[in-house]
Write a protein that binds this ligand. Sequence first.
Ligand code: CAA
Ligand code: NAD
Length: 283
Amino acid sequence: MSIEKIMVIGAGQMGSGIAQVCATAGYTVVLNDQKQEFFDRGLANITKNLSRDVEKGRKTEDEKATILARIQPSLTIEDASDVDIVIEAAVENMEIKQSIFKQLDTIAPAHAILATNTSSLPITELAAVTNRPEKVIGMHFMNPVPVMKLVEVIRGLATADEVYETVRDLSEKLGKTSVEVNDFPGFVANRILLPMINEAIYAVYEGVASVEDVDTVMKLGMNHPMGPLTLADFIGLDTCLSIMEILHEGLGDSKYRPCPLLRKYVAAGWYGKKSGRGFYVYE
Ligand code: CAA
Ligand code: NAD
């Protein structure tokens, strides 16, 4: 299956990063969001990253302009009508993603692959709302997308081998290393990462140590590039809570219960870096 034109749905921190790596690899990209200001914010993020590459001598101004010219703005899902693959990176919410997949199924060409960048929602459940479950697959990038090398490629129950191979090859063309994963809650990355983050939140909640000291322990004691609470703010506390809920419900083990402090922060609208406040305050 040949891929030339890619639609990315959601121009947030993940969608903009995915659009950037796809355009850098030479693909035509349709970047969709609900409002012009959300698209503009995503494009500004891409422009900032590419400008840094120019400053550091990794790209020329011409290359930056060529990459940006490959990204077409979209405010309607109807723009999926002539793409070869859609990579959905809207918010981590099953109802919203199912509604997007139902619409895509009627709009996208019959050959088009419908991929999702979900952190944890079941691929098989998303596939079930379409009439092409064999063409639905997880393509889970890591944050920040231009920097992190991994893509988890998640096979839903009905995903066709040919679709898996196409997405694996696409990941390689984007300069990533892919890992084949079966569809179970949290896949691999978040099944391992999120319980650690949740436990770090419990350590603060139970007064074991301060936010800064928990982070210092993991940074200097385990050589993690970011402490778990900084990382939680970076991922988004809303996304972290959603993943813990999926693990808890999907695996049915109390060890995955989300920490009450995480729930409280999300209820307060403290989503981390993107909202200006989480475990830390951002100017
Ligand atoms: N977008 C693009 N590039 C970025 C970036 C961003 N948001 N943030 C940093 N970079 C680039 C910088 O430009 C820099 O590149 P150069 O030196 O080549 O110019 C490089 O990354 C290193 O950045 P910094 O020196 O500013 O900072 P750092 O050394 O602390 O690295 C980091 C930043 C790469 C983010 C590092 O802290 C890190 O690896 N953190 C952990 C990230 C992680 O665990 N990600 C996975 C999250 S879980 C997930 O994604 C799955 C999920 O479903 C929730
Ligand atoms: P975000 O909040 O930064 O961006 C989400 C974007 O989707 C917003 O711009 C929003 O306007 C847009 N959106 C919402 N509904 C839409 C719709 N119906 N149509 C088009 N656009 C819509 O979120 P994010 O951190 O980029 O996460 C996006 C997805 O990627 C989630 O499924 C998340 O679980 C997953 N993910 C996140 C991370 C992370 O570290 N944040 C890592 C890997 C995967």
